[in-house]
Design a protein around this ligand. Structure first.
Ligand code: HH2
Length: 304
């Protein structure tokens, strides 16, 4: 999932893609790098961000959603507002990425009626205040219980379970330690049975650990996305699509011990590995298969 921030104030790329033509070109470039989904957002959710009204948010994102969807690209709308989500779905988006997990009372009936994909994100409080002394009994248990309740609420309202994606909300009301524990125990969220989306890209905890500014957090982004893949995540929301995609493809090939082979490689490999075939056979790996460039389903590993 490639990030297209049509905002003046996003934490790592605020203002770069505020012009709709620049945002559209950026979305196309991310798709060319291998993004299966383009996540278009018109309101920053960085800690301390000021809220944007629905009219302004719509004005920023709709031309971008329209153009990318018209290209046949899969577009998600990153919004907490049903008013913005409905306009984006009308403009061709097929996925609502809601970091407030259906807090807007209009959001649940909308996603149920439209049958679109919906990502439910755990966020403690709201962006303006969420980083003020976040506390949990056990962050993984608390986040899992929240996501399970939200997903059950969505299903009860008529959302098809296969349309639901869950996300622990890295950085949304979490300390550095909370983020690390959530990543390390991500398999406990995967066990809920919904595809898990993970968003660590360039986030501040990476800078805290490695001592890097936002522009220099790609190595930390890759490390955490590879780890999330190993723990069972299937959608990876990132700014740097090409680099993360490569890392995930290699990591997925390593976990599955297979990769998309060219004709030449197939011939060579079958010649050289025949004698080891029995020793390398193993039970099918339950973990996700290699990220696919043609993916249309959120249950397939999907980059960034
Ligand atoms: N993180 C951000 C925004 N949207 N959506 C999901 N599902 N998961 C995330 O972790 C997530 C998200 C924040 O990142 P970014 O869009 O780069 O920054 P900003 O909110 O400042 O625009």
């Amino acid at each position: 999932m490639g990030i297209v921030n049509v905002t003046p104030d996003s934490f790592s790329d605020g203002g770069r893609w505020l012009d709709p033509e620049a945002a559209i070109a950026h979305g196309r470039a991310l798709a060319a790098e291998g993004a299966d989904i383009l996540d278009v957002g018109g309101e920053s959710t960085r800690p301390g961000a000021a809220a944007v009204d629905a009219e302004e948010e719509r004005r920023r994102v709709i031309p971008v959603v329209e153009a990318l969807a018209a290209d046949g690209l899969r577009v998600s709308i990153d919004t907490m507002k049903a008013e913005v989500a409905v306009a984006a779905l009308d403009a061709g988006a097929s996925f609502v990425n809601d970091v407030a997990a259906l807090r807007d009372p209009g959001m649940l009936p909308l996603v149920a009626e439209r049958g679109c994909d919906v990502c439910l994100v755990h966020m403690r409080g709201e962006p303006r205040t969420m980083q003020a002394d976040p506390r949990y009994d056990d962050v993984v248990d608390d986040v899992r219980a929240f996501l399970e309740t939200r997903a059950q609420m969505a299903v009860a309202a008529g959302v098809a379970p296969e349309r639901i994606i869950v996300d622990p909300g890295i950085g949304f009301g979490k300390t550095v330690e909370h983020n690390l524990v959530l990543l390390d125990r991500l398999d406990e969220l995967v066990a809920l049975g919904f595809p898990v989306l993970i968003g660590t890209s360039r986030k501040s905890f990476l800078g805290t650990i490695a001592g890097r500014d936002t522009a220099d957090r790609l190595p930390g982004t890759i490390a955490t996305n590879v780890l999330a893949l190993e723990r069972g995540a299937s959608i990876f929301r990132v700014h740097d699509v090409a680099a993360v995609r490569d890392a995930l493809e290699v990591a997925a090939a390593t976990l599955a011990r297979t990769w998309p082979k060219t004709q030449d490689e197939t011939t060579t490999t079958s010649r050289t590995t025949t004698s080891t075939a029995t020793t390398t056979s193993k039970t099918p790996d339950p973990r996700p298969s290699s990220p696919s460039r043609s993916s249309g389903s959120p249950s397939t590993p999907t980059t960034g």
